[in-house]
Write a protein that binds this ligand. Structure first.
Ligand code: AFP
Length: 331
């Protein structure tokens, strides 16, 4: 039997919601288009002179790679003149980007993305990812403003990511109670097929994933927490340490095999490194919909109230028992 394609699956899901206008389905279709375009670009970037830095430093103070810029432009372009998206926010841009055609101005959706996550892996041919989050605007009567984007994670109408590994995988969840489904790209025909239906995050195994070179910048409770994972004193026995430096790859492994990913606060960066709106909130939504959990160490990630577009937050995400254990240990 042929597996459903991503587009077929999106349409089937849409039919389960009688009031659906099809706009969210079109946004998801465009996200998958952006994913295919970026995946293709990554394949040939080495030949085309598209590796290396642009010489620009972004709003995060990070050096922008040529592929960061290409991926960012790709994700913005696919929403131009779609009509239902009034504006986008990108981890690479200081400000939101509003579309100015008449139809888009009254579009009810906003899309946020980290267009190329883990760009430190570009030059070593390691895994990379894109992360996305879709929000609905409260009112279309006034021009879209940056404050419209400052929403709690539990308000997301869809969230997901694209993992560019040996295969390209598109994982998303939509609606309040939609499942998490994963689709793998058949490169020969440019189509995503359902390969991971209704993903559930396993309990009681997997790995712990953290950049341990930051240990000297952790507080004592965080040091003790990570030591307990390393030494097998945590809820289940000893685990493997796994860390790729690309959040999407580390999260995807945790989603499929269980365990925990953590990026705690540091002495010189109390709110850690990861961005709430582009990274933590969408992955927290996926984790919870798959039966897992996500927290900043104190508050459930989906209940954090961002006050800035590029706000950062600590992230503890993974199997429910592991995240609960982490939160308990940090009290
Ligand atoms: P880059 O996209 O700048 O490489 O950052 C990747 C990232 O935001 C996330 O994907 C990783 O989990 C995390 O940073 C890695 O950060 P460290 O290098 O500090 O471990």
């Amino acid at each position: 039997m042929t597996r459903p394609t991503l587009i077929e699956h999106i349409r089937t899901t849409e039919r389960l919601h009688p009031g659906a206008t099809g706009e969210l389905s079109r946004i998801l279709a465009r996200l998958s288009l952006a994913g295919r375009m970026v995946a293709q670009r990554l394949l040939n970037a080495g030949f085309l002179g598209e590796h290396g830095e642009t010489g620009i430093v972004n709003v995060q103070g990070e050096r922008v790679q040529k592929l960061d810029e290409l991926a960012d432009h790709t994700f913005v372009r696919v929403f131009e003149s779609l009509g239902s998206v009034c504006a986008v926010a990108s981890e690479e841009r200081a400000k939101i980007h509003a579309f100015d055609d008449d139809e888009s101005q009254s579009g009810k959706y906003m899309v946020l993305f980290d267009p190329l996550d883990g760009s430190g892996n570009i030059d070593i041919n390691g895994s990379l990812g894109s992360i996305f989050s879709v929000h609905q605007r409260e009112s279309i009567d006034t021009p879209v403003h940056e404050r419209d984007f400052l929403k709690r994670g539990d308000a997301q109408v869809a969230a997901g990511y694209i993992l560019y590994g040996p295969a390209t995988v598109f994982v998303y969840t939509a609606g309040e109670d939609g499942p998490v489904n994963g689709f793998t790209l058949d490169r020969s025909i440019g189509e995503f097929f359902l390969t991971h239906p209704d993903i559930r995050m396993p309990e009681g195994g997997g790995s712990y994933s953290v950049n341990e070179s930051n240990e000297s910048k952790w507080d004592d409770k965080t040091k003790e927490l990570v030591a307990s994972f390393r030494q097998g004193r945590a809820p289940v026995g000893k685990r493997a340490a796994r860390y790729t430096g690309a959040l999407v790859a580390d999260f995807h492994r945790t989603l499929l095999q269980g365990g925990i990913f953590l990026y705690p606060g540091l002495t010189d960066r109390p709110r850690g490194k990861l961005r709430y709106l582009y990274e933590a909130a969408p992955l927290a939504k996926i984790a919870e919909r798959a039966g897992g959990a996500a927290s900043d160490g104190q508050v459930r990630s989906l209940e954090l109230d961002p006050t800035e577009l590029h706000e950062r937050c600590p992230l503890f995400v993974g199997s429910r028992a592991d995240v609960e254990y982490a939160v308990e240990s940090l009290r």
